[in-house]
Design a protein around this ligand. Structure first.
Ligand code: ADP
Length: 494
C-alpha cells in the first residue's frame, strides 16, 4: 500500500515537473519568437560581456549574423566607427557604474563600407539580491533620420549665412521663419517679426500685390524675380527682388510659402541715376552744341569780315572747351558712380599735393593771392593722388572763378583728431543759404545771372563729393552771399 502510494506520488511529481517544463518551454518559445522577430537588433549581454542572445535583425543592420556576435565578443567594438569607439567604451563603463538605462548614438561600418548610425539603449539587469545578471539592450538603425538631420543642418547653415532675406510664411502671410539676411536687409530681428503679418513690412499701396501673389502661390505657382518695395524698420523704403515658392506637405498640398529676397536698391538708384544723367547731359550739351552749329553754319553761309570771324571762332572755341569739360567731368563721375574707376590707395603726404594745386592756380590767375598754410608734420592720409588732386583743383578753381574781383584764396590743412581737415577759403560772391544745400548735386548750378554769368557744368562739386566719400571722408561748405565761401574736406588719417 505504501509502495503504491509512493509510486502514485512520484508519478504526480513527474507529471507536474513535466507540465512545468512544458510551460517553461512554451514561454521560452514565445519570448524567442518575439525576440527573433523584433525589427531592432536586440541583445542580451552576460556580466562577462559576451553575447548570450543576439536577434537576427543584426544581420540587416550590421551585415554580420547573430552567430558571429555570439561567437566573438570583440566583434561589436571592431565594427564601430574608429571616431566613435571611445564613446562606446565610455558608455559601457557608465552603464555598469550607474546601473540605470543608458543611451548612445554612434556609427558602425558595415562590411560593404557603408556607414550606419545606430541609436543604442541598454539596461543592466539585477536579481532581488543585487547580483548583476547581464545587460539587455537594443540597436535601432537611425541612418535615415541622421542624414535628414544633417541635410537640414546644412540647409539651416546655408539659410542663416545667406546675404539674401529668406523668409517663411503661412498662406495667410504670417511670418514663420526669418534668417539673418532678412534681419540685415530689413532691420527687424527674428523675435520682432515671428508671428507677425508680412504686411507689417509692406507699404500700404503695395499690400494688394502681395495678396495677389499669395493667391497665385496657393495654386502652386512659383514666382521669380518679382521687383517691389519694402519698408525697413527705420522707415526707409527699399527696392527688393523676390522669388516666391509654395511649400507642400507630404500629400502635395500647398501649406506655406518661402520667399528669397534681395536688396536691389543700389541697382535701382543706379538705373535712375543713369536715366537722369542721360537726360541732364543731353540737355546740358544742347546749349554749347547749338552755339557751335549756329556760328559755323552762319560763317559757312555768309561772307563774314575777318575780325568778326575771329570773334565767332573765339565763341566756338569757348563752347567746345565747355563741351569738352562737361564730357570729361561727366565721364569721371560716371566711372566713380559705377565703381569702374579703380583707385590706387597709398599713404600720401598732403603737402606736395596742395603745393602742386596752389602753384597751378598761381600761374592761372594774377588777380588772386593764393596762399598755402600746411604744416610739414601733417600726418599722411590714405588715398589716390590723382583723384585727390582733382578734388583740390576743383575747389581752388571754383574759389578763383567765383571771386571775380580777385582777393585771397587760402588753402590750409590741419589735424583734427583722427582726420586731416583741408579748407579752401575765398573772398568771392558767396552762396545763399537755399543754394548751399544743393550745390553738391549733379548739374546744380546757382543762377548767377543777376550778378554775372560764370561758365561751368555743375558737375565739379558732385565729383568732389564722390571722390571724398570714396576716401571715407566728408566735404561741406560755409558761406554767405558776398562774404566769400569756405569749403572743408576731412580725410581720415592713414
Ligand atoms: P560749376 O562750377 O561747374 O557750375 P560746381 O559743381 O563746381 O559746378 O559748383 C556748383 C555751383 O556751386 C556753382 O554753379 C556755383 O554757383 C557754386 N559754387 C561752387 N563753388 C563756389 C564758390 N567758391 N563760391 C561761390 N559759389 C560757388
Amino acid at each position: 500500500m505504501r509502495a503504491k502510494l509512493k509510486h502514485f506520488l512520484r508519478k504526480m511529481r513527474d507529471t507536474k515537473r513535466r507540465q512545468a517544463e512544458e510551460a517553461l518551454r512554451e514561454v521560452a518559445v514565445k519570448y524567442r519568437i518575439v525576440a527573433d522577430n523584433t525589427y531592432n537588433w536586440e541583445f542580451w549581454l552576460s556580466p562577462a560581456q559576451s553575447f548570450i542572445y543576439t536577434s537576427p535583425s543584426c544581420l540587416r543592420i550590421s551585415g554580420h549574423g547573430a552567430e558571429e556576435f555570439n561567437a566573438d565578443p570583440g566583434l561589436l567594438l571592431s565594427i564601430i566607427h574608429p571616431d566613435d569607439r571611445q564613446l562606446w567604451t565610455d558608455h559601457r563603463h557608465d552603464t555598469t557604474q550607474t546601473k540605470a538605462l543608458c543611451e548612445l548614438e554612434f556609427r558602425i561600418v558595415r562590411p560593404d563600407g557603408d556607414i550606419r548610425w545606430l541609436h543604442h539603449v541598454c539596461l543592466p539587469v539585477f536579481d532581488d539580491n543585487g547580483n548583476h545578471l547581464g545587460t539587455r539592450g537594443s540597436f535601432l538603425d537611425i541612418t535615415a533620420r541622421k542624414q535628414a538631420e544633417e541635410k537640414n543642418l546644412r540647409l539651416a547653415v546655408m539659410v542663416e549665412s545667406s546675404d539674401d532675406a529668406i523668409v517663411g510664411k503661412t498662406l495667410d502671410g504670417i511670418i514663420t521663419s526669418w534668417n539673418r539676411g532678412a534681419e540685415k536687409i530689413l532691420g527687424y530681428s527674428e523675435d520682432e517679426v515671428l508671428g507677425k503679418p508680412i504686411t507689417t513690412l509692406i507699404p500700404p499701396e503695395n499690400v494688394d500685390e502681395e495678396l495677389l501673389i499669395h493667391e497665385r502661390l496657393r495654386h502652386g505657382e512659383h514666382i521669380e524675380h518679382f521687383e517691389t518695395v519694402r519698408r525697413r524698420k527705420d522707415g526707409q523704403v527699399i527696392h527688393m527682388s523676390f522669388s516666391y515658392s509654395p511649400i507642400r506637405d507630404a500629400q502635395g498640398r500647398v501649406v506655406a510659402v518661402s520667399t528669397i529676397g534681395r536688396d536691389i536698391t543700389e541697382r535701382k538708384e543706379m538705373e535712375q541715376m543713369k536715366d537722369e544723367m542721360i537726360s541732364a547731359v543731353s540737355h546740358e550739351m544742347r546749349t554749347p552744341l547749338t552755339a557751335l552749329l549756329g556760328y559755323t553754319e552762319f560763317m559757312l553761309d555768309n561772307e563774314v569780315p575777318a575780325d568778326q570771324q575771329r570773334e565767332y571762332l573765339q565763341i566756338i572755341l569757348h563752347e567746345s572747351e565747355r563741351l569738352n569739360e562737361l564730357i570729361g567731368n561727366f565721364l569721371d563721375l560716371q566711372r566713380l558712380k559705377s565703381r569702374k574707376e579703380t583707385f590706387t590707395w597709398r599713404p600720401l603726404p598732403l603737402q606736395p599735393l596742395l603745393e602742386e594745386t596752389v602753384a597751378l592756380f598761381t600761374r592761372v590767375s594774377e588777380r588772386h593771392q593764393i596762399i598755402l598754410d600746411c604744416p610739414s608734420d601733417l600726418p599722411r592720409i590714405c588715398g589716390d593722388y590723382r583723384q585727390l588732386r582733382q578734388v583740390f583743383n576743383h575747389l581752388v578753381s571754383n574759389a578763383v572763378k567765383y571771386s571775380p574781383k580777385g582777393g585771397a584764396v587760402s588753402v590750409a590743412a590741419r589735424r583734427e583728431k583722427d582726420s586731416v581737415v583741408i579748407t579752401v577759403r575765398d573772398e568771392g560772391i558767396g552762396i545763399s543759404p537755399q543754394d548751399l544745400e544743393r550745390i553738391f548735386e549733379r548739374f546744380y548750378r546757382v543762377n548767377n545771372t543777376a550778378r554775372r554769368v560764370f561758365g561751368g557744368t555743375g558737375l565739379g562739386l558732385a565729383l568732389v563729393r564722390e571722390i571724398v566719400t570714396a576716401h571715407g571722408g566728408k566735404v561741406w561748405v560755409e558761406s554767405a552771399l558776398d562774404r566769400g565761401s569756405t569749403f572743408f574736406v576731412s580725410l581720415p588719417v592713414a
